[in-house]
Design a protein around this ligand. Structure first.
Ligand SMILES: Nc1ncnc2c1ncn2[C@@H]1O[C@H](COP(=O)(O)OP(=O)(O)OP(=O)(O)O)[C@@H](O)[C@H]1O
Length: 238
């Protein structure tokens, strides 16, 4: 599937009776890279989970390339082209790396896993290792690669760099940049490592208490120390 646009209109969502997101409106054009920033607990994960159909929606509309997926269940959204890599790395511990990748292939031929190995050569070296023998970085690569093998047109990445060593972060960001420049995917990246997110993205939104408090380009945000301090907290760009 080629990259698709993602339209979110007046989305309000949360968990049971708890409203977390209010009135979120964003259009991400096909092939574009959006960073979703904000301090802890501001609703970043809830936004991605809501797009993936894993929260309660109170109102609003979500569409991929104009097709309304607002009422579709998670599986239907995946079929419509949404790929979700959640914050909790999801690796089957008693399957090998290769067997984990086969799960992501669905109906595709087995040799398609070479795409995953091209993206993350480290996984090829570890192809016979069990999931529970992998480092945090390798688990992140495997979770991401499994989602990519489903050929999503819109990819949602939730804090992929969390807890990883700088050298592994760099390896992952290079792989994400290659995906983005392939033109095959629209990418939404939630990240606490603000500088990595700004280096990657073309557009940025900052969430505060479930609402969009700022939107603009990485360059504009880099020059706006007041907004960085106010919405992203002490420490700012790092
Ligand atoms: N399953 C849940 N049930 C009820 N409330 C929840 C649930 N998950 C998250 N929340 C609440 O929703 C709000 C937003 O949380 P969310 O995880 O989306 O924030 P976040 O910006 O991703 O934070 P972090 O950077 O810490 O991951 C928080 O107040 C949180 O307590």
């Amino acid at each position: 599937m080629p990259a698709a646009s993602l339209e979110i209109e007046n989305l309000s969502a949360g968990y049971g009776p708890t409203r977390v997101l209010e009135d979120i409106t964003i259009t991400v054009p096909a092939g574009r890279r959006l960073a979703v920033l904000g301090r802890n607990g501001m609703g970043k994960t809830t936004l991605l989970a809501s797009l993936a159909g894993q929260t309660r929606r109170y109102g609003g509309r979500i569409a991929i390339d104009g097709a309304d997926i607002s009422t579709a269940a998670s599986a239907g959204r995946a079929r419509a082209g949404l790929g979700y890599v959640p914050q909790e790395r999801c690796v089957f511990p008693s399957l090998t790396v290769e067997e984990n990748l086969f799960v992501g292939l669905k109906a595709r031929p087995k040799d398609a896993i070479e795409e995953a190995y091209a993206m993350f050569p480290r996984l090829k070296e570890r192809r016979s290792n069990l999931g529970n023998q992998l480092s945090g970085g390798e688990q992140q690569m495997l979770t991401t690669a499994r989602t990519i093998l489903g050929r999503p047109s819109v990819l949602l990445l939730d804090e992929p760099l969390e807890g990883l060593a700088p050298v592994i972060c760099e390896e992952l960001m290079i792989a994400f940049a290659a995906l983005a420049t392939s033109g095959d995917m629209t990418i939404l990246l939630v990240e606490q490592r603000i500088q990595s997110a700004l280096d990657f993205a073309e557009d940025v939104i900052i969430l505060e208490r479930g609402r969009i408090a700022w939107s603009g380009t990485p360059d504009a945000l880099s020059k706006d120390q007041q907004t960085v301090d106010r919405l992203l907290g002490v420490g700012g760009l790092h």
